[in-house]
Design a binder for this molecule. Sequence first.
Ligand code: DX5
Ligand code: ZN
Length: 227
Amino acid sequence: MAEGIKVAPSILSADYLRLGEQVREAEAAGADYIHVDVMDGHFVPNITIGPVVVEAIRRATRLPLDVHLMIEEPERHIEAFAKVGASFLTVHPEATQQVHRTIASIRKLGVGPGVALNPGTPVSLVEDVLADVDLVLVMSVDPGFGGQEFIEHVLPKARRLRKLLDERGLSAELEIDGGITPETAPRCVEAGVRVLVAGTAVFKEPRSVAESIAALRQSVAGVVAAG
Ligand code: DX5
Ligand code: ZN
């Protein structure tokens, strides 16, 4: 059964005018991480937030901050994000010349390194650094915006990653991000995903944040997970 599935609400879809309140609502509702989407207008078309906002969120919650860097040359900014309290820093391998070095630098700063795979990015790009990371993020939409439709064909990739992690005895979290709802979440967990990122399905629902998180958990409660 799907035990120990984590939910990481993405504040990209939160009301930024009441960000602290929304983060506290998510924590009170039993969220496991707060997922923070950093975009630079280069690696992805959209621009969002930087370290100052992460610093403010850090003061609003005790939950781990799962910071997803959708930026070119993330190595130039990891220290700034580490300083303001990021718990995980996830980078895209296409955005950094030396992904191994970037991962090592993140670790050296006392932060959990992560790598993210776009829907069109193959597993082979991170296969050789799996042992060095704490988190592997499978993008189930092209990164840049909330509220996009789930791309079904990333599921075999999640399954392959689950298998690789298990075969190698690695405990890195396997996370999925994009279009996660109570309808799509069960198939992700079935494929071996353990952390569900959800923005729209948590913050843009007519129901409360607590009810939305509960609905996500409920949707995967009976699922037999791979791995
Ligand atoms: C997309 C971001 C996601 C986004 C997901 O580029 O990485 O974290 O917030 O939003 P939903 O859950 O609405 O697809
Ligand atoms: Zn994200």
